[in-house]
Design a protein around this ligand. Structure first.
Ligand SMILES: Cc1ncc(COP(=O)(O)O)c(C=O)c1O
Length: 358
């Protein structure tokens, strides 16, 4: 038997997540991973590494709890929100028996994690403005243990109607966990569902330092939930999920000054987003620009694949969403610096003959 044949069948059949870094590219304008465009400086204060780190660093947990308005017992810190997704599936879904449910087009890691673990992925296409199709979800819930709702949604950028999430939470009470993925919530903080945790024992909220906190390279995310759920996740998490330098920097990012700096970054991105949307709307090759509550903008562009390639060749790396259901000809553009937004606009303006090919 070959080595590959020795591997689990679902791993052999798996299409890995096409992360921005895996897709490569030779750019100088990176607008394909919804990162913050410029680095933020940190000094390491923890200088010794001979001891193992705390599994759940106390200062990081306390600061995040305070920032999110929950109790420290309701917070789990992990290697990015992606690890939170995986832990939830591992803790709640029996491989080969239970299922997860999500509503495409949405974030790709729900399916990749479920498939890796051997858990069925059930999908219900989003409807009208990429909202939840509640009757179709209700019909497909048998055997589902975890429902992922990304709000604001990646890659479409809009919030999921909170009233629909309430209906979903009621529908799944005692049967399944509803995971609200709030990776981009800092760009629309009023929309968080963290305040609903007391009311719904089956609600989980995912957060990250990768976006508004400008720390994608740190790999640090949070799961907010009631104590019972956090207790279960603590059973399956690795003994030392965060290295000492990660915990050190995360605690600084969550200090009062760190949070003020994050809010300033968000304000700057929101101004740039407004600029980017207004300029995109003026372009002949842009058919539609979708509203966004996040640090990225989805736009439908004439001959989008050719445009994507042309910008790629000029070092401007966007994210092609063309293959996702309902997103034909759509490109996702991260809101970068003002100069980066301008580079995108200039490059799109120069696309030859696009209006003529319509
Ligand atoms: C919707 C969504 N959830 C989760 C993540 C993963 O975040 P992290 O970098 O914390 O693993 C991302 C990253 O792009 C995302 O877009």
């Amino acid at each position: 038997m070959s080595i590959v044949e020795l591997a689990r069948e679902n791993v052999r059949n798996l299409t890995p997540y096409q992360s921005a870094r895996r897709l490569g590219g030779n750019g100088d304008v990176w607008l394909n991973a919804n990162e913050y465009p410029t680095p933020v400086e940190f000094q390491l204060t923890a200088q010794t590494l001979n001891r193992y780190p705390e599994c759940q660093p106390k200062l990081v947990i306390e600061r995040y709890a305070q920032y999110a308005g929950v109790k420290p017992e309701q917070v789990l810190v992990s290697r990015g929100a992606d690890e939170g997704i995986e832990l939830l599936i591992r803790a709640f879904c029996e491989p080969g028996k239970d299922a997860v449910l999500y509503c495409p087009p949405t974030y790709g890691m729900y399916s990749v994690s479920a498939e890796t673990i051997g858990v069925e992925c059930r999908t219900v296409q989003a409807i009208d403005g990429w909202q939840l199709d509640l009757p179709a979800i209700a019909e497909k819930l048998v055997g589902v243990k975890v429902v992922f709702v990304c709000s604001p949604n990646n890659p479409t950028g809009q919030l999921i109607n909170p009233q629909d999430i309430r209906v979903l939470l009621e529908m799944t009470r005692g049967k399944a966990i509803v995971v609200a993925d709030e990776a981009y919530i800092e760009f629309c903080p009023q929309a968080t569902l963290a305040g609903w945790l007391e009311e719904y024992p089956n609600l989980v909220v995912l957060r990250t330092l990768s976006k508004a906190f400008a720390l994608a390279g740190l790999r640090c995310g949070f799961t907010l939930a009631n104590e019972e759920i956090i207790g279960l996740l603590l059973k399956v998490i690795a003994p030392y999920p965060l290295s000492t330098p990660v915990a050190d920097i995360a605690a600084q990012a969550l200090s009062p000054q760190g949070i003020v700096a994050m809010r300033e970054r968000v304000a700057e991105i929101l101004v740039n987003r407004q600029f980017l949307i207004a300029e995109l709307e003026k372009l002949a090759c842009v058919e539609e620009v979708f509203g966004s509550e996040t640090n990225y903008v989805l736009a439908r562009i004439t001959t989008s694949s050719a445009v994507f390639k042309s910008l790629w060749d000029q070092g401007i790396i966007l994210r092609d969403q063309n293959k996702q259901p309902t997103l034909s000809n759509c490109l996702r553009i991260t809101v970068g610096t003002r100069e980066e937004c301008q580079r995108v606009i200039d490059a799109l303006q120069e696309q030859p003959g696009l209006a003529a090919t319509e």
